[in-house]
Design a protein around this ligand. Sequence first.
Ligand code: 1CP
Length: 341
Amino acid sequence: MTMNDTFLKACRAEPTDYTPIWMMRQAGRYLPEYQKVRGKVTFLELCKSPELCVEVTLQPIDILHMDAAILFSDILIPMEAMGLRLEFHEGKGPVFPDTVRDKAAVDSLMIPEPNETMGFVMETIKLLRKELKVPLIGFAGAPFTCATYLIEGGSSKVFWETKKMMFTAPELFHKLMQKITACTSAYLVAQAHAGAQALQIFDSWAGILAPCDFREFALPYVKRIIADLQPTKLPIIYFANNGATLLDYSVDSGADVIGLDWRINIGDAIRRVGNKAVQGNIDPFALLLPKDKLRARIKRLLEDATDAKGHIFNLGHGIHQFTPPEQAKIAVDAVHELSQR
Ligand code: 1CP
């Protein structure tokens, strides 16, 4: 079967016939087909069933014609493999009942062997590669974003405990980051060996940091992971949510592709990222626009991005769970049609 490698070409800043598109969180709750699978199992059971993960990963490719697939999993799966109890509470999200806030808790974290502890992820990747006609993206959370969940014990709005550790126990914070980094590098290398064709690092909470703190507490670990991934030769995407003020540092991460949220004009961002490819960046809620307005907005975004060395169209963050799938389809078709060269 012929492979659509438009996405990989754009990652490598090579010319493409059109602008490829995928959407963060494209396999998820906005699709009734996902809900149907999810209705039978818990979220963690879904993550640990390769057959079901394959099914939901393929849904947005088959239904919406995305140009890349992203492995169905969660950034917190490797944190569980480090030895922590992980729960997903309906309507509340992830919970770590045993928070990581002192030396004993950091010391007791393991650096897991990914094939032994997360074999279900590698199995999913292998099965997907047999089915897919578009490239498969593997992923992990960035160490800072993962650390916030461990320290807070789940989602947070103010990140009090995280910043408290950063500012009052910086050595402990760095030690935690080193351990998460070692786990993440090994996990992503294993995904590459299993067959992932590009790797994305999600830094969902980087934007809560002052630039000086991002440089000191978060960026060095992203750089370390990207350096560790160089032997795989896979394109690396680094997405720092709310990261416009951190853009110059993100470029310094070593990633091939810089993910952009919607809070910056893509043309302005492209002028700042130099030779790198960019991914983004329509406001996920703009998918609610009426068809003609949505198409006009996509056309403008594509025009603003014409000077990019490579452009992968995406949302500025994950697709919202109440987005009508028909609206996502309008966006995919518009990008394909309006970007033809
Ligand atoms: O009930 C359900 O079905 C669970 C909802 C859900 C889904 C569909 C969660 C819980 N995770 C996922 C899948 C998921 N998570 C993917 C799948 C692949 C795809 O993109 O299609 C990916 C890439 C993630 C990554 C992820 N998980 C991130 C980074 C991206 C982002 O959105 O910023 C984060 C922060 C998480 C943690 C997490 N997992 C789930 C929820 C609800 C959350 C966020 C909680 C919070 O806001 O703090």
